[in-house]
Design a protein. Structure first.
Lengths: 500, 405
C-alpha cells in the first residue's frame, strides 16, 4: 500500500488525485496515527551501573571480550573526551546532559551463543515484527538483509550465508572484532578519529555495538543491507558504531532505521558512522530517523548527536547520503564526505521535518581535496509548530582541488508562524579553478495551490501532505523504494494537527 | 598591544569624557573581541593586533585631501577639522547637533550594545575624543551632495564617530570616504537614523596604503517608508573589517546594498552584515562581491533575521566571489534566520574565477589576455561602482581599481 502511495506522487496531478481518492482511507489512517513505535518491550535485560569512568569502559570491553588494541582505543578516546567541551555553536537549546546518569551498556539477556534465529528470545523477534522489520528468515519476501540492534547489542543478522557466497561480510561490529580483527584494526577511527568532536570521542570510548560491512573487490552487493536500531531502556544511552568498507569497483546500498519507546526522560544517542570507498567503489547510505521526538510539550524524546562521515579514498569513488529526519527532540547531525580521490563524488540529500518543540541542526560537509571532485547538496527543511530547523553546511575547496565543482540547494518550508527556519552555509575556497554554487530559498504552503487542491475535493490535511511530499520529491527520488514509502507516510503523520 | 594594556588599566585617555569612561569600563572586561565568536573567528589575529601598534595621541590634525579642490556643488565635511557646521539655506539645513543631545543619544545607544557584536563601536567610542565625534541633523529638500572624510595619518591610530539624523521627507546623497595612510589604523563608527519617508543614497569608499588598518562599523535604523541605498567599496588595506547593522524598526522600508571588497598581496578584508526586519513588508536586495588575488583573504558573512512580526518580508542576498590566485582564500557565509511564515527569502553564493570562454573569445578577436581580464573585471566592478553616489566623476574608482590595484 505504502509503495503505491509513493508512486502516485510521482505521477501527474490528475492521476494523483484519482488514485488518492481511492486511497482515501489510507491517508486518513496515516494522518491520524500517533507515534506507533512508542511501546516498551518487557524483557529481562542485563545492565551495568550508571556512570562513566575507566572501570566502566574496561567492563564494557571485558563483556565484549575485546582485544587489547580496542581497549586502548577506548581508553585513549575517554581521556580525550574528558578534556573536551560539549559544543555549543549549534542553534539548539537543551537542558544539560548528565553523563554520569546514563547506563552505558544494556543488553537483553539471552543464551550465550545463538546458532539460528529460532533461539532468539521470541519477545525480541516480536518487537522487531511489530516494527515491521523482517527478521525471521521465513519472511524472505523482502530481499533485504537486516542487522537488528536492540539497546546496546546486535540481536541478529539475516541473510548471512547468501551474502557470504559473494564474499560480503555483514555482521555486528562485535563479531567483526572477533572474526575480522585485521580489518577493524586497520580502518576503525580512520574516518572519524576519536578526537574529532565531543560526541565522537564519547562514542569511541563506550560504543557497544553496530554494524560492519565489507564488500570485496569487484562485488556489487546482491541485496540492500539494512540495520535497525531500537532503544528500549529509558535510562541507557545508545552508542552504536557502523563501519562500511567498499573495496575497489564494489558497490553497496545500506539502509538505516531507528525507533524508540516513549519515555518522559531524554535518552542520549551518540553514534558514529564511518564509510570508506576505494577506487571506483560506491556506497549509498540511507537513513529514516524516527526516534521518539517527545510529546507536544517537549517532554521526553531522544537527543540525537551523530557523527557520520565518508571518505572517498579511491579514484572515481562515490558516497551518497540520503536521510529523512523526522524524529528526535534534538538532532545534531552532519553526514559528510571527504573527497580525496581524483574525480570522486559526494552527494547529500536530506529532508528534515520538525514539529512541536523539536530542534534540528543538520546539514553536511563536503571537503574537496582531490582534483575534479564533485559534490551535490539538496536539503529540504520543513518546520511546523514551535520547532527550530536549521541547515548548517560547509563546502570547502582545498588548494589542490582543481576543477572541483559543488552545487548546493537548501529550501525551507514554514508551516505556521511560530516555527523557525535557519540556513547557515559556510563556503570556503582556496582554489580558483573550482566552482561553487549555493542557492537557498524559504517558502510557505502556497494558498493558491491549497485552494486549487481543495476545490478539487481534496481535504485540507491531505492537500498539505501532498504539497509537502511534492516539496521533498527531489530527495525522495534518491531513497530506496521501501524507504521512500515509509518516509512519505512518516511526513504526513508527523504533520498531523500542525496546520490550520 | 599597548592600547589593550591601557584599556585594562583604564589609563587610556587623560581626561576621559563620560562616554569614554562607560566604554572603557565595558571594554575592561573583554579588551579584545572573543576570537571564538562567529563574528571574529576568521579574523587574522596577528593582522588585527597590528591595529593597536600605533599611538592614539592627538597630534596636529593637518590633512590635505588627496584630490581636486572642492567644487561648489558639493558640501565637504572633514571629521575632526571643521569646528562648527551650520548650513541654512532656503530649502534645506544641515545643522550640527549640540553636545548634550549627541551625548545623550550615544549613551542610549551604548546601553543597548551587545558587548561582542558591538565591540568595534565600543572601541571607537572609547578612543574617539569629543572633537572627533560629529553629529548632524539634515532636513529639507534639494540638498546638494555631501562628502564626509575620515582619515588616519601615518603612524597614528585615529577614531572618528559620525551620527546623522535624516529628518522626515528628506532626500540625501552622501559619500563617506575613509582614508588610511601608510602604517596607520582608523576606527570609524557611523550611526544613521532615517525618519519616515526619508531616503538616503549612501556611498562608502575606503582605501588605504601600505600597512593601513580599518575597523569600519555602520549602524542604520530605518523608520517606516524610508529607503536606504548603500554602495560600498573597500580596498588596499592590510586589514579591514566592515560591519553593517541595519534595522528596519517598524518594517515597511526598503534597503538596497551593493558592496565590494578587493584584496591583494597579503591583505585581509571582511564584510559582516546583519539585517533585522522588525516589522512587516520589509524589502532587502543585497549583493556583495569579493575579489581575492595573490595570498589575500576575503570574507563575507551576511545574516538576515526575520522574526515573527516581519510578515511579507521580501529579502534576497547574493554573494559573488572571484578567486584569482592559487594562494588566495575566500570565505562566504550568507545566513537566514526566519520565523515569520509568509515571507520571500532567498540567498545565493558563488565562487569562481574569470570566465575562460569569454577570455578566449576576446583573445580570438585580438585582445590581449591582460586587457581581456581587465574588461571582465571592469564589468564585475561596474555594477557596484555605479551604485556609489557622486563618486563617478570625482574619484575615477574604476580606473583606480583596474590600474593601481
Amino acid at each position: 500500500m505504502g509503495v503505491s502511495f509513493v508512486k502516485v506522487y510521482r505521477a501527474n496531478c490528475n492521476k494523483f488525485i484519482l488514485d488518492n481518492m481511492v486511497n482515501e482511507n489510507l491517508v486518513k489512517d496515516v494522518v491520524t496515527e500517533p507515534y506507533k513505535y512508542g511501546f516498551v518491550t518487557d524483557i529481562e535485560t542485563e545492565k551495568i551501573a550508571k556512570g562513566l569512568n575507566e572501570d566502566i569502559i574496561k567492563l564494557i570491553s571485558l563483556k565484549k571480550e575485546e582485544p587489547k588494541y580496542l581497549l586502548d582505543f577506548r581508553l585513549k578516546a575517554f581521556k580525550k573526551w574528558q578534556k573536551m567541551k560539549e559544543p555549543d555553536w549549534a542553534q539548539l537549546g537543551y537542558k544539560q546532559i548528565d553523563y554520569q546518569d546514563i547506563i552505558y551498556y544494556s543488553a537483553p539477556k539471552q543464551k550465550e551463543k545463538i546458532s539460528s534465529l529460532d533461539e532468539v528470545d521470541p519477545k525480541l523477534l516480536e518487537t522487531f515484527d511489530k516494527l515491521g522489520i523482517p527478521l525471521t528468515e521465513q519472511k524472505k519476501l523482502t530481499n533485504v538483509a537486516v542487522d537488528a540492534v536492540f539497546d546496546s547489542v546486535s540481536i541478529a543478522t539475516t541473510f548471512r550465508e547468501e551474502l557470504a557466497e559473494h564474499g560480503v561480510i555483514f555482521c555486528s561490529i562485535s563479531e567483526a572484532v572477533k572474526n575480522h580483527s585485521d580489518l577493524i584494526e586497520k580502518y576503525l577511527g580512520t574516518v572519524v578519529p576519536a578526537s574529532d568532536n565531543y560526541f565522537a570521542a564519547l562514542n569511541s570510548a563506550v560504543f557497544s555495538d553496530g554494524s560492519f560491512v565489507y564488500i570485496p573487490k569487484g562485488v556489487t552487493c546482491p541485496m540492500d543491507l539494512s540495520s535497525y536500531f531500537r532503544i528500549n531502556s529509558g535510562d541507557s544511552g545508545q552508542f552504536e558504531r557502523t563501519l562500511i568498507i567498499a573495496e575497489e569497483s564494489s558497490s553497496v546500498s545500506y539502509l538505516e532505521g531507528c525507533t524508540a519507546p516513549m519515555f518522559d526522560t531524554n535518552t542520549l544517542h551518540a553514534a558514529v558512522v564511518e564509510l570508506i570507498a576505494l577506487d571506483d567503489a560506491s556506497i549509498k547510505y540511507s537513513t529514516v530517523q524516527n526516534w521518539y521526538a517527545g510529546d507536544e510539550e517537549g517532554v521526553g524524546g531522544i537527543f540525537n548527536f551523530v557523527t557520520k562521515r565518508g571518505k572517498c579514498l579511491g579514484k572515481r569513488s562515490k558516497i551518497s547520503w540520503s536521510q529523512v529526519e523526522t524524529g528526535s527532540a534534538i538532532t545534531w547531525k552532519y553526514p559528510s564526505c571527504l573527497l580525496l580521490g581524483e574525480e570522486s563524488v559526494g552527494e547529500f540529500y536530506s529532508v528534515a521535518l520538525t514539529n512541536n518543540l523539536q530542534q534540528a541542526d543538520t546539514g553536511t560537509k563536503m571537503i574537496h581535496i582531490g582534483p575534479k571532485t564533485k559534490s551535490t547538496i539538496v536539503s529540504k527543511g520543513i518546520s511546523a509548530g514551535n520547532s527550530i530547523n536549521s541547515y548548517r553546511g560547509l563546502v570547502k575547496m582545498g588548494s589542490k582541488a582543481t576543477g572541483a565543482r559543488n552545487y548546493s540547494q537548501c529550501d525551507s518550508m514554514l508551516i505556521g508562524d511560530q516555527a523557525s527556519a535557519n540556513t547557515f552555509p559556510y563556503i570556503k575556497s582556496q582554489q580558483p579553478n573550482s566552482e561553487i554554487e549555493h542557492e537557498a530559498s524559504t517558502c510557505r504552503i502556497s494558498e493558491d495551490q491549497l485552494f486549487y487542491l481543495q476545490s478539487r475535493g481534496i481535504e485540507f490535511e491531505e492537500a498539505i501532505s501532498m504539497m509537502v511530499s511534492g516539496f521533498c520529491r527531489d530527495v525522495f527520488n534518491q531513497l530506496p523504494m521501501e524507504f521512500a514509502a515509509e518516509a512519505d507516510k512518516l511526513l504526513a503523520l508527523k504533520l498531523e494537527g500542525s496546520v490550520g | 598591544m599597548e592600547i589593550i594594556e591601557r584599556i585594562k588599566t583604564n589609563k587610556l585617555i587623560d581626561n576621559p569624557t563620560d562616554i569614554q569612561k562607560i566604554c572603557l569600563n565595558k571594554l575592561q572586561s573583554n579588551p579584545l573581541p572573543n576570537p571564538k565568536s562567529e563574528l571574529w573567528r576568521l579574523s587574522n589575529k596577528s593582522k588585527f593586533s597590528n591595529f593597536f601598534e600605533y599611538s592614539a595621541n592627538e597630534k596636529n590634525p593637518n590633512f590635505d585631501i588627496p584630490y581636486h579642490s572642492n567644487p561648489k556643488d558639493i558640501i565637504r565635511i572633514v571629521i575632526g577639522l571643521d569646528s562648527q557646521i551650520l548650513l541654512k539655506k532656503e530649502n534645506y539645513s544641515i545643522q550640527q547637533l549640540n553636545r548634550d543631545k549627541l551625548d545623550k543619544y550615544i549613551k542610549q545607544k551604548i546601553s543597548c550594545f551587545d558587548q561582542n557584536e558591538h565591540w568595534s563601536d565600543l572601541l571607537n567610542l572609547c578612543l574617539s575624543s569629543e572633537k572627533n565625534i560629529l553629529g548632524l541633523k539634515i532636513k529639507g529638500s534639494k540638498i546638494p551632495p555631501i562628502e564626509i572624510f575620515s582619515h588616519a595619518l601615518s603612524n597614528s591610530l585615529k577614531a572618528k564617530t559620525l551620527v546623522i539624523f535624516v529628518e522626515k521627507d528628506c532626500d540625501v546623497k552622501l559619500l563617506q570616504v575613509n582614508l588610511g595612510k601608510e602604517n596607520s589604523s582608523l576606527s570609524q563608527s557611523t550611526f544613521f537614523c532615517l525618519e519616515e519617508n526619508s531616503s538616503v543614497n549612501h556611498g562608502i569608499v575606503s582605501y588605504g596604503e601600505r600597512k593601513s588598518h580599518l575597523l569600519n562599523s555602520l549602524n542604520v535604523i530605518q523608520q517606516k517608508n524610508s529607503e536606504y541605498n548603500l554602495g560600498s567599496l573597500h580596498f588596499k588595506f592590510n586589514y579591514a573589517r566592515f560591519e553593517i547593522r541595519i534595522k528596519q524598526s517598524a518594517g515597511n522600508a526598503k534597503t538596497n546594498i551593493k558592496g565590494m571588497q578587493i584584496t591583494k598581496n597579503n591583505e585581509q578584508i571582511s564584510t559582516y552584515t546583519k539585517i533585522n526586519f522588525n516589522g512587516p513588508n520589509g524589502f532587502l536586495d543585497q549583493i556583495n562581491k569579493s575579489i581575492a588575488n595573490d595570498k589575500s583573504h576575503a570574507i563575507f558573512e551576511g545574516l538576515i533575521i526575520v522574526p515573527k512580526i516581519a510578515q511579507k518580508t521580501d529579502a534576497s542576498q547574493l554573494s559573488r566571489n572571484l578567486l584569482l590566485s592559487n594562494f588566495a582564500q575566500i570565505d562566504t557565509k550568507p545566513q537566514l534566520e526566519i520565523i515569520a511564515d509568509d515571507v520571500k527569502c532567498k540567498h545565493g553564493a558563488t565562487i569562481s574565477q574569470l570566465n575562460e570562454e569569454e577570455l578566449f573569445y576576446m583573445r580570438t578577436r585580438g585582445i590581449t589576455l591582460t586587457e581581456a581580464s581587465k574588461l571582465q573585471l571592469s564589468s564585475f566592478f561596474q555594477e557596484i561602482i555605479s551604485f556609489i553616489p557622486i563618486s563617478k566623476d570625482r574619484w575615477d574608482l574604476l580606473d583606480k581599481l583596474l590600474n593601481e590595484n
